[in-house]
Ligand binder design. Structure first.
Ligand code: HEC
Length: 258
């Protein structure tokens, strides 16, 4: 049998042996998705990256984006600032605890309104030009805290992210599965990693919404799947364009023999 028999060709199914048109197709796809991944990274830097007021992505950015910044209501800031001398430490602590737990109306009536009536109302309710804090609706506006992403936001972004990114990874991994001469364990790990860490990343967003410490797993998840994608893209490009120039025979069918 000479080497042009079809089953001989199939037994050499691997990236360095691909014909020009498939190499162009795969390369075009890998380059365009790389640019896409980079611009997603840039967008992340510009939106979430600025959440803590400083450029660059940090754990604080992730916490602020998903968990929110619950210490920054106007009421709490003032109670620790220019209104500090207007109430006792216990009273201020009571109000701040109420604010951080989302300022529920029943606690307002029970505990907070009496303090406000006694300590704040002679100015905030009595003096024209100063905001009136004697009603729940009025104080709500200064008690507002930033609770980060809402459940609706998270559900929307999660499903777009899971469908969209797994689709992108599917093709990156499929192309990389044709790479020749890579240790089979390493190859299987590289192909499995993006999917596992995509799930880790998205689950961590939800957990961060309630437990800020999960900001770390969010960052670890994203770093791992991006590292795996970068490795697979670079290896595939190398094997399609550089390896064929080296006079080395690639005999394996990468899909069936390891
Ligand atoms: C003696 C009068 C007086 C009392 C009593 C007083 N405040 Fe004020 N408050 C002011 C003045 C004047 C300002 C505007 C200047 C400033 O922001 O520091 C103000 C501003 C505020 C603001 C910012 C309002 C805004 O929209 O900018 C908050 C919040 C506030 N006070 C909360 C309180 C609370 C809570 C208490 C009771 C524990 C209280 N204040 C007691 C005089 C008072």
């Amino acid at each position: 049998m000479n080497s042009h028999e079809p089953n001989q060709k199939i037994s050499k199914l691997n990236l360095p042996n691909l014909g020009l048109s498939l190499r162009i197709l795969f390369t075009g796809y890998l380059l365009v998705t790389s640019v896409g991944l980079l611009s997603a990274g840039l967008q992340l830097l510009l939106t979430h990256g600025m959440a803590d007021g400083q450029f660059g992505l940090s754990v604080d950015d992730v916490v602020y984006s998903y968990y929110g910044n619950r210490e920054n209501s106007k009421l709490e800031v003032k109670l620790n600032g220019s209104m500090k001398d207007k109430a006792t430490v216990q009273e201020r602590t009571e109000i701040i605890r109420w604010v951080r737990t989302g300022s529920p109306e029943n606690i307002w009536q029970e505990k907070i309104q009496p303090i406000v009536m006694e300590k704040c109302a002679r100015c905030h309710g009595g003096i024209a030009g100063l905001p009136d804090f004697t009603t729940y609706e009025a104080i709500k506006t200064v008690a507002k805290i930033d609770e980060g992403a809402s459940v609706g936001d998270l559900a929307r972004v999660s499903h777009i992210h899971l469908f969209g990114i797994s689709f992108i990874f599917f093709f990156i991994c499929l192309i990389f599965s044709l790479a020749s001469g890579i240790n089979p364990i390493l190859k299987a790990l590289a192909i499995g990693t993006p999917f596992v860490f995509l799930l880790v990343d998205v689950f961590s967003w939800w957990l961060t919404k309630w437990y800020p410490a999960f900001a770390y797993t969010t960052i670890i998840g994203a770093t791992c799947y991006n590292a795996a994608a970068t490795y697979m893209i670079l290896t595939s490009l190398y094997q399609m364009w550089i390896l064929p120039r080296r006079r080395h025979e690639h005999q394996k069918n990468t899909w069936f023999e390891e």
